[in-house]
Design a protein around this ligand. Sequence first.
Ligand code: AQP
Length: 332
Amino acid sequence: MPRVFSGIQPTGDPHIGNYFGAMRNYVRLGEEYGKNAIYCVVDLHAPTNPGAYDPARLAERTFEMALANMASGLDPEKVIFFAQSHVPEHTELGWLFTVITPVGELERMTQYKDKAGKLESIPAGLLMYPVLQAADILLYKADTVPVGEDQVQHIELTREIARKFNASFGETFPEPKAVLAKDALRIPGVDGDGKMSKSKGDASTLGILEPMDSIWQKLRVAPTDPARVRRTDPGDPDKCLIGDYHKLFSDLPTIELVYQGCRTAGIGCVDCKKMLMQGVRRELEPLQSRAADLRADPDRVRDALATGARLAREIARPVMEEVREKVGFLKL
Ligand code: AQP
């Protein structure tokens, strides 16, 4: 039976990269797959980000990430939605996968190299992250994984782990494929320094729950095409992150207007940013209003996660029974 799985880390406030790159696809596929769409706040992964992990804030961040997904349109009554640490089968399967995964494969992972390169002491968990991620997906025998482009290499490794497990212990897992949001492959940070990323901190991100005036303050000073020095210089909107953001937030006539205006110096960068802000408001204000409703009634979020964990375990338990038997554990 076709099944979707994806997870999001509670490592900070969800941003427009997470939203356009992944969260909107969760909602779309949820409509299609119903209870065969399984989504999870992957709180067991969060401590592998030493810079972004604070035990005093993990529970709150897990709650906030769940709330943000529900405010974005994820309906926990239609799909299965839970927190990873509430389903202990994830770690059990993850451990078994460490046994069949070569360390060399893990050391090749781009995200590992980026993150490990900034650390003096590298936790083993950072290296093992994609192994646990493979367990997250395969525990539900999911074959479809909506993610941003940065995760494609991890999904390829998941396929390899599935192949290896099947070859060693008999046909058990499907080889899942990544589903990308084609219009939002790798959204740049608002500071102009590479990919927008939670763990890079507030200066990189535009939060989907961030107040509008704070978003505007970041957009106001955001870098634009560096070749456009004066208002009268023509610019290249394809080399400008404001141009990229317009493609996410603005309607087609506005995109055509600002792209043409930029190329002919008919529109200044501040006006271009103000027009972008109209699209930002249109997209995020309703979402933020739903978030405020949920915050006023936090049990809606907690109850949804509790039900989700129960439903997830109903799928996970028999899969683990099958796995335990195949790998040869003593059955009592
Ligand atoms: N900038 C981005 N553009 C498009 N998609 C993105 N995603 C993240 N950043 C962008 C997608 O969001 C989903 C959830 O991400 P995650 O929380 O699992 O971790 P991540 O990919 O590592 O995202 P961050 O924001 O960069 O988090 P940190 O800093 O904690 O590592 C994923 O599907 C991801 O592809």
